[in-house]
Design a protein around this ligand. Structure first.
Ligand code: OAS
Length: 263
C-alpha cells in the first residue's frame, strides 16, 4: 500500500475527539502530584495547590468538549473538599495500621501500602466523578490500577475506615456500595452477575454492610447481593446471593494429601 494511503487510514481511525493520550499522561501526573501534596512532607502545599489548579485547567480544557459539561469551575469546590477527603484517608490509614500486625508505623502505611494508594486515588477521583467531570476520574483510578493491581471504579461508594491488604487483583465495580470498617484481601472481586450493556446505570455490583471481612480471592456478584454486617466471607468463596448479618461463609474444597514415597 502507498505510504499516503497508510497515513490516511491511520489518521481516519484516530478521528475521535477525545482520543488524546496526553489526557492520560496529564491525569497520571496530576494524580501523583495530588498524592505528594497530601502526603509528602517535603512537598510545599501552597505551591503545589497552585500548580494543581493550573494542571486541572489544562486537563479540563482537554476533556470538557461537550457544551454544558462541568469544567474549570469545579476546581475551587474540589479544593474545599480536600480536608474532608484527607480526614477519610487518615481513617483508612489508621484502619490499616490498627489491623495489620505487619504495619510498623502509619508512615509505612502512607509510603508502602498499595491498598492505601488505591483507596487514596479512589477517594480523590470519586469527588470529581460526583461533579460529572468526564474521563479524568476513571483515568485516575486506572493510574492506581496500573501501579497497585487494584481496580476501583470511581463510581463505587465506599464508607469510612476501609482496609485493603496486599491489594493485588482487587476489583470493585462501579455500583458497589461498601459501608464502614470493611476489610478485604487480595484478589477479591465485587462484580456484576452478567456483563450486559442493558445494565448500564443500573445497580449491578454488591452491597457490603458495616464490619464485614472478605478474605482472599472471594468473588461476590450481583447488584441485589447484600453481605450483612459483621459477616466473614472466607477465601475463594463464590457468592451470588445475599447473606444475613453475622454470617460466616466458607468454601470447603476437598484437598487430598498423600505420601509420595509410601503411596
Ligand atoms: C466489576 C465488573 O463487574 O465489571 C463488569 C462490567 N465492567 C460492569 O461494570 O458491569
Amino acid at each position: 500500500m502507498e505510504l499516503e494511503k497508510i497515513i490516511a487510514q491511520i489518521e481516519e481511525q484516530k478521528n475521535l475527539p477525545n482520543l488524546k493520550l496526553s489526557i492520560k499522561e496529564k491525569t497520571q501526573a496530576f494524580t501523583h502530584k495530588l498524592f505528594y501534596t497530601l502526603f509528602d512532607r517535603q512537598t510545599p502545599v501552597r505551591d503545589n495547590l497552585m500548580e494543581l489548579g493550573m494542571d486541572f485547567e489544562v486537563l479540563s480544557k482537554l476533556v470538557c468538549w461537550e457544551p454544558g459539561s462541568p469544567c474549570q469551575e469545579i476546581w475551587n469546590d474540589y479544593v474545599q473538599m480536600l480536608p474532608e477527603i484527607l480526614e477519610k484517608l487518615n481513617l483508612d490509614a489508621q484502619a490499616i495500621a490498627k489491623n495489620d500486625p505487619a504495619a510498623n508505623s502509619v508512615e509505612e502505611v502512607y509510603l508502602s501500602y498499595p491498598g492505601f494508594f488505591a483507596i487514596a486515588t479512589y477517594r480523590l477521583s470519586h469527588e470529581l466523578f460526583k461533579y460529572g467531570l468526564p474521563l479524568v476520574p476513571r483515568l485516575m483510578t486506572e493510574c492506581a490500577h496500573s501501579i497497585t493491581g487494584t481496580d476501583i471504579n470511581p463510581g463505587a461508594k465506599i464508607g469510612n475506615s476501609f482496609f485493603i491488604d496486599h491489594a493485588t487483583g482487587v476489583v470493585i465495580g462501579e455500583t458497589a456500595v461498601i459501608e464502614d470498617n470493611v476489610k478485604i484481601y487480595q484478589g477479591v472481586t465485587l462484580g456484576a452477575l452478567t456483563v450486559n450493556r442493558t445494565l448500564r446505570n443500573k445497580k449491578r455490583h454488591p452491597t457490603i454492610k458495616n464490619n464485614v471481612t472478605i478474605y482472599a480471592n472471594a468473588t461476590i456478584l450481583g447488584g441485589e447481593t447484600v453481605i450483612g454486617e459483621n459477616s466473614i466471607i472466607g477465601g475463594n468463596v463464590w457468592l451470588t446471593k445475599s447473606v444475613p448479618a453475622n454470617s460466616m461463609v466458607s468454601h470447603t474444597p476437598q484437598i487430598t494429601i498423600k505420601n509420595t514415597v509410601q503411596r
